[in-house]
Structures are given as C-alpha cells and as structure tokens.
Design a protein around this ligand. Structure first.
Ligand code: NAG
Ligand code: NAG
Length: 186
C-alpha cells in the first residue's frame, strides 16, 4: 500500500489500520509492518502487507472507506462585510446555528489556523468581525440539486486556550456535520 501526502504540511500520528472482514478472519491472516507515524509534506510512504491464506475462501470483495467528507464540496465565496453580517443574521434559526466550545488541542497559531480554514474549503474574510482576532469564513456547499450557504466564525480565547466555533448554514444537518468536522481540527 502506498500513502501519499499531497499537502505541504507534515502528517503526524499517521496510523493506517487494516481490518480483515469478520467473515474472513479464520481464512486469512493479515499482517502489516508498523509505519513511521510522520509523513512529510509531498512525500509518499509504503506499507508492506503480508496476507497468509489459512483456508479456502470465496469472499474477495474489498471495501475501502474513502476519506472524503462534506467539506470537499465547499466552494469559497468572497463576500462584502455587510452581506456577511446580513446573511449571518438570516441563518440564525436554532437549527441553522450550531456551536462548539472546546479546548485548543494544538498551539493557537494564527497562520496555521488560517490555513486550516482555507484548507477546509472556506474563504477567509478579513475585516468582517469587529474583533480582528476572530476568523470568519464563507462558502457554498454544492450538491445535486441544491446549494447550501455556509458561514463560519472561529473565536479564539488565548487566555483560556479555548475556541468557540459557530456555523450558520441554510441546512440544519449541514451545520451540525461541518461543525463536527471543523472543530476536530483546532
Ligand atoms: C461481493 O461481491 C459480490 C459480487 O459483486 C456481491 O454479490 C456480494 O454481495 C458482495 N459481498 C459483500 C459482502 O459485499
Ligand atoms: C466539540 O468539539 C470537540 C472536538 O472535536 C469534541 O470532542 C466535542 O465533543 C464537541 N462538543 C460538542 C458539544 O459537540
């Protein structure tokens, strides 16, 4: 198996896991070599897998769960400050707004935080919030046949080392999912 890191940042704690399907456990013995948990930006790693056949088996299907999430369909959308504020207010029903307040899991670095928000698929809007320490973003998530407007705000609190992440989207399930996906990153 080959794993490529197409980003320019290092992957830390990279631990791929191979699981043999329940119905094949007695037929096959699967062993993987341990890998270095660090994958440098732009590099490729190889993991050798030894498969031993213990008894005859018929099931040959391979299920691969691909790591793509809702935000892969995010299109960054530039917005004027007043439009953002207006849209934020319009998408303020209890289900449209989802919030997560959590402890920072990583150093609260401004540039890295900006890169994470842009990497998530959103545009980073400067001068939208009165507090320049806050990160505001906007984008549209495309799906057939709808488009979902998504706004986000990330408020860091350096003193308490906490973040407050707020998602405003036109679809309640989307607010929830995006909030979960994004809050894992800080
Ligand atoms: C495996 O593939 C066969 C043929 O495509 C299919 O009929 C069967 O349902 C699949 N089994 C599983 C466990 O996905
Ligand atoms: C907030 O996000 C953190 C980090 O992803 C997660 O552990 C926590 O369960 C979330 N809290 C809520 C209320 O969703």
């Amino acid at each position: 198996l080959f794993y490529g890191n197409k980003t320019s940042t290092q992957f830390l704690n990279f631990t791929p896991t191979l699981i043999c399907a329940d119905n094949l456990q007695t037929n096959l013995n699967l062993q993987t070599r341990p890998m270095d948990p660090t994958v440098d930006g732009g590099s490729k790693m190889e993991q050798a897998v030894n498969i031993e056949c213990r008894s005859d088996f018929t099931e040959k299907n391979v299920s691969v769960k691909l790591p793509f999430t809702r935000n892969k369909f995010f299109q960054p959308t530039e917005m004027a400050s007043q439009n953002f504020v207006q849209c934020w207010k319009q998408l303020s029903n209890p289900h449209q707004e989802v919030q997560n307040i959590s402890k920072a899991e990583h150093p609260m670095d401004i540039e890295i935080t900006k890169a994470k928000i842009i990497g998530f698929g959103s545009v980073l809007l400067e001068d939208v919030d009165l507090n320049p320490a806050n990160f505001m973003g906007a984008g549209i998530i495309h799906s057939k046949p709808t488009q979902t407007d998504c706004l986000l705000g990330l408020e860091p609190n350096l003193q308490t080392q906490m973040y407050r992440l707020t998602l405003h989207t036109s679809k309640d399930t989307m607010s929830q999912r995006l909030c979960e996906l994004l809050s894992e990153q800080f």
